[in-house]
Design a protein around this ligand. Structure first.
Ligand SMILES: [Zn+2]
Length: 247
């Protein structure tokens, strides 16, 4: 499975996913950068996968539907019921899977950022939308803190070598916050200097790797004794998220 990051807007990522000649795009906030990526890869787009309904993830759907012979616009059942993903054809729930060029793609419901948030997991790749970022997580807009911490706990159970393709390039700022949470964690300090060098070279910090995130991401480490400091897991998660909102 080939994954090509397609930077959109200021700091969004769409992803072109190619498997045996089939191509899907994840979270196209805009159509033009996606059309350029399709041309460069010499593929025909047949599917769009949406992690959630926010405008900076779905904005490119309608122009892409006009330009490409699409078979599927896949999003969550919740967002289908709300009618908030344009042109949605498939309504997905936790545990659903579908075939994509011979690869199985599994759906995980990960509510919290929004109630309809889902992840797409295939062949060691995780498309986590705005739920899990590298070194961070999304804001809790529609769900509860308990719900979001449970969703992140669910993502922690994936294999450690899972590649994480997230919805935004927020890694440097997230690691600066992580360093305030665990000032003496050497993995965080190293990750921050690497991320700074990567961005300095105008490269992407994606994909991350889950095993590395487990060592550096405060929002996957909220129940580690060094981070929780005696608080129960949800209270610890809530304190971290509220502190990040102000960071
Ligand atoms: Zn969002």
């Amino acid at each position: 499975m080939k994954v090509v990051p397609v930077p959109c807007l200021r700091d969004n990522y769409a992803y072109l996913v190619i498997e045996n000649g089939r191509a899907a795009v994840v979270d196209p906030s805009q159509a033009d950068p996606v059309l350029s990526a399709i041309d460069a890869a010499k593929v025909e787009l047949s599917e769009i996968w949406l992690t959630h309904h926010h405008w900076d993830h779905v904005g490119g759907i309608e122009p892409l539907v006009e330009r490409c012979p699409l078979e599927h616009v896949r999003g969550s059942k919740h967002d289908a019921q709300q009618g908030r993903i344009p042109k949605q054809t498939d309504a997905l729930s936790d545990g659903d899977s579908f075939d994509f060029g011979g690869a199985s793609v599994e759906i995980l419901e990960i509510p919290g950022h929004t109630l309809g948030a889902i992840a797409f997991v295939s062949e060691g790749n995780l498309f986590s939308g705005d739920t899990l970022f590298l070194a961070g997580c999304g804001r809790v807009f529609e769900g509860t803190m308990a719900m979001m911490s449970e969703s992140l706990s669910k993502l922690r159970t994936l294999p450690a070598d899972t590649k994480i393709w997230c919805g935004h390039e927020y890694t440097v700022n997230n690691l600066r916050f992580a360093a305030t949470v665990e000032p003496s964690n050497p993995d965080i300090a190293r990750a921050l200097s690497e991320a700074l060098a990567t961005r300095e070279a105008r490269r992407f910090t994606v994909p991350g790797q889950l095993g590395h995130e487990l060592a550096t991401n405060p929002f996957l480490r909220f129940d580690e004794p060094a981070v929780a400091a005696g608080r129960d897991p949800v209270a610890s998660f809530t304190a971290l998220r509220e502190a990040k909102d102000e960071f």
